[in-house]
Design a protein. Structure first.
Length: 227
């Protein structure tokens, strides 16, 4: 018993009975036990709450870690898929470039063959410039193919001392106006040998302002003019 209790007991003994003292002591002891029990309960509750909270946090962390792992796996799959798609796109791009190149080569070869075929079809032709048209005295100065043929035969024979006849020419007709203001003539010869012979007379014909040249395709004419 503590000193205050002894003192209070002495005081009580002087004023009250022994039973009253015992009752007071018992009440004090109950209060102390209740306080200790309450502390124990609070501590137990705190520990329980702390334990539950830790479990909750641990579970949430595990859930988050699981989700992060799943996302990482999914990201790895996406990366692989993107890499595969990128490779396929690059391959397709290369294929497209190759296809474009093949198409360009094919188109170039096609145009080359078309040009060669077109030029071959003109291999019997000659363009003649500087020959006056038949003068009919009116604005509708139309010239027939027969008249055009006779004009060029007479002109070439007189200048180049040739012996051409109308039978040597398949057909002849006027084209658009040339640099001299006169309409050019295109003449198709029946014989390529005769046609080439007339072309070789070009220098002689030029002396009288009559010009003869090959009938070139637009592409070949462009190349010829660039030379």
């Amino acid at each position: 018993m503590s000193k205050p209790d002894k003192k209070r007991k002495k005081e009580v003994n002087s004023t009250g009975s022994v039973s009253e003292i015992d009752n007071e002591l018992t009440a004090d002891q109950h209060v102390e036990r209740d306080e200790e029990k309450l502390k124990d309960i609070v501590n137990e509750l705190f520990e329980k709450v702390k334990e539950d909270f830790v479990k909750f946090l641990t579970k949430q962390i595990e859930v988050l870690e699981s989700r992060i792992f799943d996302k990482e796996v999914e990201n790895d799959k996406l990366k692989k898929k993107i890499k595969t798609l990128t490779s396929e796109v690059n391959h397709q791009t290369e294929e497209n470039e190759k296809l474009k190149s093949d198409i360009a080569n094919y188109d170039s070869n096609r145009r080359k063959l078309e040009n060669e075929s077109n030029q071959y079809s003109r291999s019997s032709n000659i363009i003649i410039s500087g020959v006056e048209q038949v003068n009919r005295g009116n604005e509708f100065n139309f010239e027939t193919a027969e008249e055009t043929t006779k004009l060029i035969v007479a002109k070439i024979n007189s200048i180049a001392n040739e012996n051409l006849t109308a039978e040597d020419i398949d057909i002849a007709h006027r084209l658009k106006k040339g640099p001299s203001g006169k309409k050019d003539i295109i003449a198709r010869f029946k014989s390529r040998i005769t046609r080439n012979r007339i072309l070789r007379q070009g220098k002689v014909l030029r002396s009288q302002n009559i010009f003869v040249s090959e009938d070139l395709t637009p592409l070949n004419l462009e190349v010829f003019n660039d030379i």
